[in-house]
Every structure is written in structure tokens, then in C-alpha cells.
Ligand binder design. Structure first.
Ligand code: LLP
Length: 430
């Protein structure tokens, strides 16, 4: 983990940089990311698949900061995008990276398809017959062939929060795997469509390797059928979804010892399950779309305690970060560890709700959580906030979005300035 206490005052640091200094310089709430960990996680992934042809297409939605995309691009990552906006971000980093882009999502518009065709992306992950039709039309308008992969719905169950589970027939994602051959037959008729792959994505924050193996197995079976039908299938896109452990204190284990996390072991097990399925198909390039696994644990949200108050028996720690900055607890009842920036000598602990200033009872980061006693002015850090933190932020309650800092080789660089009141009002007229 990049976050660790150091020095005689026991100050929390990110790759050696003291978080209290960053808070003073850049203000709070503040997102802080470790470049080293992000690069290291990508390398882990790349190494785990080294012996087979593969491309790791980072899921941009997990954290779309340009500086983070840039560092992943420099290491040869591809990108999984889901909108014209995400395409724009990738192109802003490196126009040539378009050749490593796969485009997912159930609701691509004609304008988004046009932009992606113009940029020359690697593959469209098509999710419906209607989309296939529209893509054929847009491609023929530009007289450019669109490389297509059908995203199939494998009907595989994966244990995760219902909002981020996607691989069952009842979900809106993908084309029923039982219809896939018929749809490929249609695709083959279109002059400007090149059906080249099959893709799958069963959900997010999935901790066991088994469902990934099961889904890839089904896709591999379909690829064999499609090849027999005469299609040239080059790509097997196994999607993203590999989970992390959110219940870890800073020693790397949780206090009760019930949770631990070894990223290398996790990727190795995951890779073994996926590779086993892929063994059954020759000459295929494996595409993977990890998001969370690469960036979640590299990031944290630094916040300052505004007030501590008691309502009856309950203690509330009110911080300057809120659900508009990090919505995961409110939206998925997600757990994030919260630790003080300065480790005090006092062993005093309290059971409290750690909440933000937004006017909703759902605006909490922790409920009835035992934590070190904090007081007004103290700094605290919400850990594992590098994925789906800033990208899901909003201006709710007219709160400007936080700043973002990237730690590279022991130096802090502001990669996104804090929004101003002017930014808030800019798009509007009186
Ligand atoms: N590929 C596709 C097609 C996806 O829909 C997703 C995530 C990914 C890849 C990346 O999945 P990952 O490796 O990051 O699990 N906001 C939620 C997570 C939503 C995930 C959406 N799709 C959260 O904060 O938990």
C-alpha cells in the first residue's frame, strides 16, 4: 500500500509525501493518488498474461484523470471507454492510443460512433441488434470498416452488489448468448462491419476467480462455434471486474484478522481461471478491461473534520468531504476504511458516524464505526478511493469538486485544480 505512517510524529504519507502538507498546500477535500502503485498494478496484470497475446484495456470510467491515463498509456495499456467523452480524454492523451481502444456500453449514439470511427478505434463492443444496425449505417457513411465484437450476456452469477452485477439475463447488458450466432450471421452480411471478437463482462468488485473462468469458458465455446460458422474471430474480451479488499487497515490486514489481500496472488488466480478457458481456442488475442484493481488502492480522499457533535447517544464526526465527492458508501453501502492523518498517542476510541455536510441522511462515509477520537480541525483519510471516486463526483449542494494530486517519484503534482465558484456558475445564464 502506498499509504503508511512515518516519522516521529507518525504522519500518514503517500509514497513518502506527508498528507498534512498536501492538505495545507492544496486544501481539502483532496484526492491523492500514487503513480507508482497504478503503474505497478498494470505491470502485475501484464505479467500475469505475458505468455499469451493480450492487451490490457484499462476501464477509463474507474478514474478518468488525464494524468492517470497518460501514465497507463506510456506503459502500453489500451483503454475501455463507454462514451464520446472518455474517447476525447484518451485522444487528448495520445491520438495514436485509439488503436488500443475498445468501446463498450449499451447506449452508444450515432455521434459517438462517428467519433470513434474517425479516430480508428480497435473494437466496438456491440450490445444489441439495434446498435449493430446503426453502426453498420454510420460505418458505411464514412466508408470505414468497423471492427466489431458482440458483448454477450453469459448468464453467469457473480457475487457482488446488485447495482454492479451485470452478467445475468435479467440485466440490461449484452446480447443473450443463445442468440449470438444468429446476430453474427447478420453482422457478416454488412459490408462495413468486421465481426472480429466476442466480449463479456459479468460485473464489478468480484472477489473470486471462479465466475470469470465460467464466463470465459462460455465465450470460448461460442468462439469455437462461430469459427465453425465461418467467422474470423480474433479477440476474446473477458471484461473487467476483479475486486479488491476494502476492509484493510494500514498494516495490510484488518484488526480482526478476517481479511487480508495479496494483489499478486489475486491476479495470478484470476489469470489462471481466464487462461484456462482461453487455452481451448487457438490464435486468439485476449482483451481485459480492469478498472478498480488498477487504481482503487492507489487513491485516498483527504478530508478535514469540521465539527464533532452528539445527538443523544450518537456521535457524529462532520467532515468537509461529502457524498458529492465520494458516493460509494451512499450508493452501494460500500465500506471504506477511515484513518487519522496524525496518529495520536492517546488510545481513545469512539463509536461514531463519519458524515459530510450535504443535506441528506445518506451522506455518510461510515456508520456506527469504532474509530480514534477525532476533533475539529483534524485531518482524516478515506482509503481505497482511487476508483469510482472522483469520476462519480457531482456538484450537488453546489459544492465545487475537489482537487486531485498525483505522487510521482516522491513529488506531488496537482493534476486537477479545485473547482471554483466561477466554474460552478459558468454554464448558466440568469
Ligand atoms: N468493462 C465494462 C464493460 C464495465 O462495465 C466495467 C465496469 C469495467 C470493465 C470495469 O470494471 P472493474 O474492473 O472496475 O470492476 N461505480 C461502481 C462500479 C461500477 C462498475 C461499472 N462497470 C463502484 O463504485 O463500485
Amino acid at each position: 500500500r502506498p499509504f503508511a505512517y512515518s516519522g516521529k510524529d507518525s504522519i500518514l504519507c503517500c509514497d513518502g509525501v506527508q498528507l498534512d502538507r498536501l492538505a495545507k498546500k492544496f486544501g481539502t477535500p483532496l484526492y491523492v493518488y500514487s503513480a507508482e502503485q497504478i503503474a505497478g498494478r498494470l505491470k502485475l496484470f501484464q505479467e500475469s498474461f505475458a505468455e499469451i497475446p493480450h492487451l490490457i484495456c484499462y476501464a477509463v470510467k474507474a478514474n478518468s484523470a488525464l494524468a492517470i491515463l497518460k501514465l497507463l498509456d506510456a506503459q502500453g495499456a489500451g483503454f475501455d471507454i463507454v462514451s464520446g467523452g472518455e474517447l476525447e480524454r484518451v485522444l487528448a492523451v495520445n491520438r495514436a492510443a485509439a488503436a488500443r481502444v475498445v468501446f463498450s456500453g449499451v447506449g452508444k449514439t450515432a455521434a459517438e460512433m462517428d467519433a470513434a470511427l474517425r479516430a480508428g478505434i480497435l473494437l466496438f463492443n456491440v450490445e444489441s441488434e439495434g446498435e449493430l444496425e446503426l453502426l453498420a449505417e454510420r460505418a458505411s457513411k464514412q466508408r470505414k470498416r468497423a471492427r466489431v465484437s458482440l458483448r454477450v450476456n453469459p448468464d453467469v452469477f457473480a457475487e457482488t452488489h446488485p447495482y454492479i452485477s451485470t452478467g445475468l439475463r435479467e440485466h440490461k447488458f449484452g446480447i443473450d448468448i443463445r442468440r449470438a450466432r444468429r446476430v453474427y450471421r447478420e453482422a457478416a452480411k454488412a459490408k462495413y462491419l468486421d465481426a472480429r471478437g466476442v466480449s463479456v463482462h459479468i460485473g464489478s468488485q468480484i472477489r473470486s476467480a471462479e465466475p470469470f473462468g465460467a464466463a470465459a469458458e462460455r465465450v470460448a465455446g461460442l468462439i469455437r462455434d462461430l469459427r465453425r460458422d465461418g467467422h474470423t474471430i480474433e479477440f476474446l474480451d473477458a471484461g473487467g471486474g476483479l475486486g479488491i479488499e476494502y476492509h484493510l487497515s494500514l498494516s495490510g490486514d484488518d484488526a480482526s484478522g478476517a481479511h487480508s489481500f495479496d494483489p499478486k496472488e489475486k491476479v495470478t488466480q484470476y489469470a489462471a481461471a481466464v487462461k484456462k478457458a482461453v487455452e481451448g481456442v487457438s490464435d486468439v488475442t485476449l482483451l481485459l478491461e480492469p478498472g478498480r484493481f488498477l487504481v482503487a488502492q492507489a487513491g485516498a480522499l483527504v478530508t478535514r473534520v469540521l465539527y464533532v457533535k452528539k445527538n443523544g447517544e450518537k456521535v457524529f464526526v462532520i467532515a468537509d468531504a461529502a457524498m458529492n465527492d465520494l458516493i460509494r458508501p451512499a450508493l452501494y453501502q460500500a465500506h471504506h476504511e477511515i484513518v487519522p492523518v496524525t496518529r495520536t498517542k492517546s488510545k481513545k476510541r469512539v463509536v461514531a458516524d463519519f458524515v459530510g455536510p450535504v443535506c441528506e441522511s445518506g451522506d455518510f462515509f461510515a456508520r456506527d464505526r469504532e474509530m480514534p477520537a477525532l476533533k475539529s480541525g483534524d485531518l482524516a483519510v478515506i482509503l481505497d478511493a482511487g476508483a469510482y471516486g472522483m469520476p462519480l463526483s457531482s456538484n450537488y449542494n453546489s459544492r465545487p469538486r475537489p482537487a486531485e494530486v498525483l505522487i510521482e517519484r516522491g513529488r506531488a503534482r496537482l493534476i486537477r485544480r479545485r473547482e471554483t465558484m466561477q466554474d460552478l456558475l459558468a454554464p448558466e445564464t440568469l
